[in-house]
Structure formats: structure tokens, C-alpha cells
Design a binder for this molecule. Structure first.
Ligand code: HEM
Length: 229
């Protein structure tokens, strides 16, 4: 049995598992995008104000919000293809062209994520600080990935792109944490009179969602140093 054959079989299971996780996280993001558009756009078009604080920010600053969301979604949908070795080796030119578009989208979304963390800070200072830290980290990973590939350092390029993608998919985990906290607040503590989720738990969800994804990204890179996904 050749080394690469053994490595290929060893790596297939984790990559398949990761594919399922990424598909679930991407679906969560798409559901929230649809909810956002369905909730905000009638107000944006009619010039009315929604009676929900968070939605009010989205309706008041649609350009800011959607210049973050739309390129972010384009990046999230395209990045898994770029990280697939099969696609890269078979369609190298497409990988390079698509890569330029996706990096540009991710940079725009990432820079505006920091602005959103200040302007839309419904989760308070905790959300602002998390957006500042992880948004900056996201942009740094992308820039380092580009610098690495310009210098011909493919393995380093892959590592920074995996790190960026780990943060990008973390935004879906934020929604999972918000769901867990809302369930505890309503189902376990019976706090029906409070707004939900409580803004401080929203900030905490940012730290948990994004922080754990950074750690999982590092774990993945250690677990699969020779893999391309
Ligand atoms: C790269 C892919 C990304 C996509 C597709 C994306 C998508 C979204 C979406 C759909 C929303 C609206 C959320 C809702 O209605 O519940 C949102 C809001 C927001 N995003 Fe992103 N985002 C991305 C990256 C990031 C990153 C890396 C950060 C920060 C580290 C970030 C920070 C924020 C903040 C602070 C808000 C406003 C607060 C909120 O409503 O959650 N985003 N983003």
C-alpha cells in the first residue's frame, strides 16, 4: 500500500465529517439571512420602523448591513470549494480566479464586521470587543494567506485560509449559542418578561461561537497537517 493511499483513506473520514458540519453551519447562516431579508426589507421599502431594537439598526443602516452580509455569504458559499483539494488540483486556474473574488468579498465583509460590532452592538461591550478581536483576526488570516501564496508558500497559504474559514463559519455557531441561551432563559428559568435573548448572553454567544471556532480551526490543522481540507 502506498503512503499516499494510506493517508488518503485515513483522511477521508474526518473530511466527510467536516463537510457535514460545514453544510449544517452554512444552512444556519442562510436561514438567518432569509429571516433578516424577510423582516427588514418591508420596513426599508416602506420607510417604517420595526418594534425590535436589533431590527431597527438593520433597517436604519441597510447599506452597512447588507454590504457585510452579501459578500460574507458569497465567501462562505465559495470557500469550501476552494479548500477542496479535488477542485484545486483539477481546476487550478478557476481556483486562482475564484480565490481573488472570494478574498475580496471576505475582506469587505470582515472589515465591516468590526464596524457592525460597534454600530449594532446589541450585545453590548462584549459583542463589540469580540467583533473587534475576531473580525481583525479574520482579516489578518486572509491577508497572510494572500501574502503566503504570492510568495509561493502553498502549505502556509492553506493554513491561513483554514483559519479564516474557521472564524467565518463561527458566525453560525453564535446563532446556536443564542438559541441555547434563549432556551435556558425561557424554558428553564421561565424569564418570559425579559427581552430575549438577554443582550449580555448575546455578547457571550459571540465570544463562545467565534472563540471555539478559532480553537477548532487550530485543532483541525494539527489533526490533518497533510490534508488539504
Ligand atoms: C464571513 C462570513 C460572514 C457572514 C456570511 C455573515 C453574515 C451575517 C449575517 C447574516 C448577519 C445578520 C445576523 C442576524 O440577523 O441574526 C450578520 C451580522 C453581524 N455580523 Fe456577520 N457574517 C460574516 C462574518 C462575520 C465576522 C467574521 C464577524 C466578526 C468577527 C461578524 C460580525 C457580525 C456582527 C457584529 C453582526 C451584527 C450583530 C448581529 O446582528 O449579529 N460577521 N452577519
Amino acid at each position: 500500500m502506498s503512503d499516499s493511499g494510506a493517508r488518503g483513506r485515513e483522511g477521508a473520514a474526518p473530511v466527510r465529517g467536516l463537510t457535514v458540519v460545514v453544510a449544517v453551519l452554512t444552512t444556519i447562516v442562510l436561514v438567518f439571512v432569509v429571516r433578516r431579508v424577510a423582516g427588514d426589507w418591508p420596513h426599508i421599502l416602506d420607510g417604517t420602523v420595526p418594534d425590535d431594537d436589533l431590527a431597527e439598526s438593520y433597517v436604519a443602516h441597510p447599506w452597512l448591513a447588507y454590504t457585510h452580509i452579501v459578500p460574507g455569504v458569497v465567501y462562505l458559499l465559495g470557500a469550501p470549494l476552494q479548500l477542496s483539494r479535488r477542485f484545486r488540483t483539477r481546476h487550478y486556474t478557476a481556483h486562482r480566479r475564484l480565490g481573488r473574488v472570494l478574498v475580496a468579498c471576505a475582506l469587505v465583509s470582515g472589515v465591516l464586521a468590526v464596524v457592525l460590532g460597534i454600530v449594532f452592538a446589541w450585545g453590548g461591550v462584549a459583542e463589540t470587543l469580540a467583533s473587534l478581536l475576531f473580525g481583525t483576526w479574520f482579516v489578518v488570516c486572509l491577508v497572510r494567506a494572500v501574502v503566503a501564496i504570492r510568495g509561493g508558500r502553498v502549505a502556509e497559504h492553506r493554513r491561513w485560509m483554514v483559519r479564516a474559514f474557521a472564524v467565518g463559519t463561527g458566525i453560525a455557531s453564535i446563532r446556536i449559542w443564542v438559541g441555547i441561551f434563549t432556551g435556558i432563559q425561557l424554558g428553564v428559568l421561565g424569564m418570559h418578561d425579559e427581552t430575549f435573548p438577554i443582550p449580555s448572553t448575546f455578547g457571550l454567544a459571540f465570544w463562545l461561537g467565534l472563540g471555539l471556532h478559532v480553537l477548532v480551526g487550530e485543532w483541525w490543522l494539527r489533526r490533518t497537517p497533510a490534508l488539504d481540507a
